[in-house]
Write a protein that binds this ligand. Structure first.
Ligand code: AMP
Ligand code: ZN
Length: 107
């Protein structure tokens, strides 16, 4: 889908630093961070949202969670939030599956 910004980033049509990448997902810094540390774990495949998941997407979701864990470890986070905004009513603005990793607050 050529109008989707995360597809453009996935296809390198828009340059962006990948903090982490495997065959199913990549991780970028959120452009407008809502926490001291805010990354987005994004599926390489265009899937609109959690609502649109099908049985064959289980590996993608699993790899998203493990990518988040790996990035959190890399940045030494001892605790963090993982958030999927789901659909317009759930606050989702970009209609391409992504998981927010939020952390770095002082304790
Ligand atoms: P959501 O509300 O769950 O759809 O979140 C979309 C997130 O993408 C927001 O936190 C935005 O700040 C972030 N965002 C939008 N455009 C970009 C971009 N080009 N690179 C990185 N993050 C972006
Ligand atoms: Zn897309």
């Amino acid at each position: 889908m050529d109008t989707c910004i995360f597809c453009k980033i996935a296809n390198k049509e828009i340059p962006s630093e990948f903090i982490f990448e495997d065959d199913k997902v990549f991780v970028i810094k959120d452009i407008n961070p809502k926490a001291p540390i805010h990354y987005l774990i994004v599926s390489k495949e265009h899937i609109q949202s959690i609502i649109h998941l099908e049985d064959n997407h289980q590996e993608i979701i699993s790899k998203m969670i493990f990518a988040a864990k790996s990035v959190a470890e890399k940045f030494g986070l001892k605790g963090y939030k993982l958030v999927f905004n789901v659909g317009k009513e759930g606050g989702q603005v970009i209609d391409h599956l992504h998981l927010h990793l939020l952390g770095g607050w002082p304790r």
